[in-house]
Each structure stands twice: as structure tokens, then as C-alpha cells.
Design a protein around this ligand. Structure first.
Ligand code: NAD
Length: 470
């Protein structure tokens, strides 16, 4: 790897600098300082303070990288991170304590407890779409659990990556938290090295690469991946409210959201009125000629061109306008999209929404299950039996009933995928767990040493044992 890259604010092209960084983090971890709960909580509070102080800088960087408005930047990146940080910081002490559990009578006299311990040096690789939140939220978990961390933000959101590097450099010693900035080559170079845990957020293709590289050192991984998240609109749905909430979920970050509703399966009897209501919702959010204002751009030319080609695969039912110069695409509803079209096979990751009329719930469930397990699923409807059927007969990372996306904005719900959409979860206590190993320890008393389990194995001993276990 000869390309220059950055460790915090220092430019280098020396790959050995990564070895040095890892060694320093490993040595620091070996001092046991991060095992001290007060140290962890102070680190979290400092991270929170630094984030609050850098709010303007973060907002400006997100505006530069993705055209996010201050409102969107705060709600979906800064605010949600701070909220989870506060929740976790308050409970770190409690979660760090050994948890006593009962001991079976067969082991009498003994006590049992589960001791959480940090993995050690953690590697966090982040994507570009929520470049601040998706780098910082895992970091919160890593610090709470007592790890050191190397954060690799996305090179596709460079302004935000730089702010994160400055924030880390101002707040932590490199041996505790360091930000390594660079592209795919840097990511690969990091993955060649041994870490004690890898937390990856990104696409399914790269997720496979990460897991393969991690297998070399048997490093545990958390994979937060993507997929095609369906919205099922039951005949019983409240049309206006459902349309508004679905449209909002698609509008956020111009559809460049891992849990954005990817396609809508709408009961055919309400399909026309639902499309009208979706159009009306978009009109009220990003009206007429003003649709470009306060509305994010597509991250790169290649993504823009990809989306432009996908939009050709169906009949435009709403929207369809583009602004090439500003790289913006109006929220667009597509009809008549064949199932074999690329837009129905690949994650869209943009403001295009295919609307697929379905005859009944069987068809909707069948279509969902014909694809890989999605990161999210949204059911809209007032029919509880249908809702329960959808929950029972489909598998997905997480989701909402009668809403979109908000299931990840609560620290009390773990967030993660399943199957092709990932493994492991985080947010709230799940973040602490993701970065912890749970050691089981049975503490036996030496006051008594029952001979029952020792050879010679007699029939009498076995009959006694059968009375206790089995
Ligand atoms: P990506 O997989 O292309 O890149 C993510 C990170 O991996 C970046 O830091 C990048 O530098 C690195 N990377 C890219 N190629 C690599 C390679 N060959 N080897 C090693 N590292 C490599 O993802 P992206 O385009 O940044 O983000 C979009 C994807 O992320 C979408 O699929 C989306 O659904 C998913 N995503 C998932 C979540 C979630 O929480 N589950 C959140 C946001 C995004």
C-alpha cells in the first residue's frame, strides 16, 4: 500500500505505521486502564462533550458530503448518537458488574457469575451514508465495554471523516482511540492485521470480505449490512398516515439509508389511492419547484448514474425530475416494474420506490421470502391477525408496524440484521454486549468435596446422580 493515508491528522504512506498503532493500542489495553469503569465513563462523557462542541463543524461536513440539512444532520446523526451515548454512559457501571446466576444443586457448594470483559483492540469500519453516526455509535459501545478502538470512516464522505479524526485527536490518546482515514486499500491493510473484534457497517459484498479476513485470526465480527427492506401495505392500512410515514422513510437522506423502505407491496384494492397519497405526501414535504431545498444529494457520480439507470426500469408514477449539477433526484414512484428488473434485485439506496400491487397477503409474504433476509420490514395495517402473520412468516433484522426507520432510534431496541443483512446487533445494552466477551465463572467452595463424581464409577453412585440430574 503506497497511497497516502491518515492516522488521526498525520499523513503517512508507511504501512508499518499501522503495526505501530496496533502495538501501542495492544500495550495500552494491557495496562488494564480501560477495565476501570470510571475511566470508560469519563471517556464517554468526553466524547459527548466533544461532539456537542463540534456540532457546527459536523453539520457543515455533512452538508458538504451529502447535502444534509442541519435538521436532518442533527436528528439522524448527531442527536441519535448523543442520545444513545447518554443512555449507555449512565448504565455502563451496572452492565460491567458480574451478574450472579443460580448454581445447580449438583455443584453444591458453589456460586456462579457471568463476568463481562472487553475484547481488546477493536476495529470499526464505517460507511458513507450516515458517516458520523455509523462511526461514532459503535465507538460508544467499544469504549463503554472497555476496548481500545481504531475507527476507519468512509473515504466517500471525506469532510465528515476529517471532522471525526479531529474530534478523536482532540479527545483521546491514539493508543486508546485512533481514526485511520483512507480508501479500500487502507481498509484491506487493517483487515490483514489482528484485531480482537471487528465491527463492520457496509454492503453485503464487502461484509463477506470482512468475515473472510477475520477468519484468519478467528476474530469475532459484528456485520451491519444492507438489503432490500420491503414495506407491506395491507388493505386495512390507514392510507394517508401510512403514505406519509413511508414517504418520510424514503425521503430521509434521499433514500440512502440502510433501512429505507426499498419497495412497497400494496394490496391491489388500495394501490391507486395509496400511490396518490404517497405523491401528496412528497408534495407536502418537498413541494413543486422547491424539491431541491433541504434535500440531500446523491453521494457520487457513479451512484447518481446507477440510480438514473434504475429509474428507467419502470413507469414513473410520481417525480422523475433530476438535477444533474447538484446531483439530486426527486423522490420518484415507479410502477409496472418486472420482478427480474435490477431495481427489484439490488438494494436501491436512493429516492426511487417501486410500487408493486399484490393480490393478497400470501403474495406479499411470498415475494418477501423469495429474496434474502432484509435488514428491515415495515407492515402498515390495522388488521392484527395479518400483522401477526407477517411477523410469524417472514424473517428480517428489525422493523416497524405502521412506521418506518424509527425502530433504530431507541436505545432499548437492539439493531442489526439477520442472514444476508448481517449478524450481531448494537444500540443501548446491545452495544455493550457487542464489544464484550461474557466469561462464565463457577466458584467452588473447598469446604466440602463430595466423592460422588470421582471414580470408581459404581452403580450406586450413578443411581444417586440420577436422583440429582437428568
Ligand atoms: P461499502 O461496503 O462499500 O463500504 C463500507 C466500508 O468498507 C468503507 O469504509 C470502505 O472503505 C470499506 N471497504 C469497501 N470496499 C472494501 C474492500 N473490498 N475491502 C475492505 N474494505 C472495504 O458500503 P458503503 O457503500 O459505504 O455503504 C452502503 C452500504 O452499507 C449499503 O449496502 C447499506 O445498506 C449498508 N449500510 C448498512 C447499515 C446497517 O446499519 N446495517 C448502515 C448503513 C449502511
Amino acid at each position: 500500500m503506497n497511497a497516502p493515508y491518515y492516522i488521526n491528522l498525520r499523513e503517512t504512506s508507511d504501512e508499518k505505521a499501522l503495526d505501530d498503532l496496533l502495538e501501542r493500542q495492544r500495550n495500552f489495553f494491557s495496562t488494564y486502564k480501560t477495565k476501570d469503569v470510571d475511566f470508560r465513563r469519563r471517556a464517554l462523557r468526553r466524547l459527548g462533550d466533544a461532539t456537542r462542541s463540534a456540532e457546527d463543524e459536523i453539520v457543515a461536513a455533512l452538508e458538504r458530503d451529502l447535502g444534509k440539512s442541519r435538521f436532518e444532520a442533527y436528528v439522524s446523526e448527531i442527536g441519535v448518537t448523543l442520545d444513545d451515548l447518554r443512555f449507555i454512559e449512565k448504565r455502563t457501571k451496572k452492565w460491567s458488574k458480574p451478574k450472579r446466576v443460580r448454581t445447580p444443586i449438583a455443584h453444591f457448594p458453589a456460586k456462579s457469575a457471568i463476568y463481562p470483559e472487553p475484547y481488546g483492540v477493536s476495529l470499526i469500519i464505517a460507511p458513507w451514508n450516515y458517516p458520523f453516526q455509523l462511526a461514532l455509535s459503535p465507538l460508544v459501545g467499544a469504549l463503554a465495554a472497555g476496548n481500545t478502538a481504531i475507527v476507519k470512516p468512509s473515504e466517500i464522505a471525506p469532510a465528515t471523516a476529517e471532522v471525526i479524526a479531529r474530534l478523536a485527536a482532540d479527545t483521546f490518546d491514539e493508543e486508546h482511540v485512533a481514526v485511520v482515514r483512507g480508501g479500500v486499500e487502507v481498509s484491506k491493510a487493517l483487515l490483514e492485521r489482528r484485531h480482537d473484534h471487528i465491527f463492520f457497517t457496509g454492503g453485503t459484498r464487502v461484509g463477506r470480505i470482512v468475515m473472510e479476513r477475520a477468519s484468519k485470526h478467528l476474530t469475532p465480527v459484528t456485520l451491519e449490512l444492507g438489503g432490500k427492506s420491503p414495506a407491506i401495505i395491507d388493505e386495512s392500512a390507514k392510507i394517508e398516515t401510512s403514505a406519509r410515514r413511508l414517504a418520510w422513510g424514503k425521503l430521509l437522506n434521499a433514500g440512502q439509508t440502510c433501512v429505507a423502505p426499498d419497495y412497497a407491496l400494496v394490496h391491489e384494492r388500495i394501490a391507486d389511492s395509496f400511490v396518490k397519497a404517497l405523491g401528496a405526501a412528497f408534495d407536502s414535504f418537498v413541494p413543486g419547484d422547491d424539491w431541491r431545498e433541504d434535500y440531500p444529494k446523491i453521494v457520487s457520480d457513479s451512484h447518481f448514474e446507477r440510480l438514473r439507470a434504475l429509474a428507467e426500469e419502470g413507469e414513473t408514477l410520481y417525480g422523475g425530475a433530476i438535477d444533474e449539477e447538484r446531483r439530486q433526484i426527486q423522490p420518484t414512484l415507479l410502477g409496472g416494474v418486472p420482478e427480474e428488473a435490477t431495481i427489484m434485485r439490488e438494494e436501491i439506496f436512493g429516492p426511487l420506490l417501486p410500487v408493486v400491487p399484490v393480490a393478497d397477503l400470501d403474495e406479499a409474504i411470498g415475494r418477501v421470502n423469495a429474496k434474502g433476509k432484509p435488514l428491515a420490514l415495515y407492515y402498515f395495517g390495522e388488521n392484527a391477525a395479518n400483522r401477526d402473520r407477517v411477523l410469524r412468516e417472514t424473517s428480517f433484522g428489525g422493523g416497524c408496524v405502521n412506521d418506518t426507520i424509527v425502530h433504530l432510534a431507541t436505545s432499548r431496541l437492539p439493531f442489526g440484521g439477520v442472514g444476508e443483512s448481517g449478524m450481531g446487533d448494537y444500540h443501548g445494552e446491545a452495544s455493550f454486549r457487542a464489544f464484550s466477551h461474557y466469561r462464565s465463572v463457577l466458584r467452588k467452595s473447598t469446604l466440602l468435596d463430595l466423592p460422588l463424581r470421582y471414580p470408581p464409577y459404581t452403580a450406586k453412585k450413578l443411581s444417586w446422580i440420577k436422583r440429582v440430574i437428568g
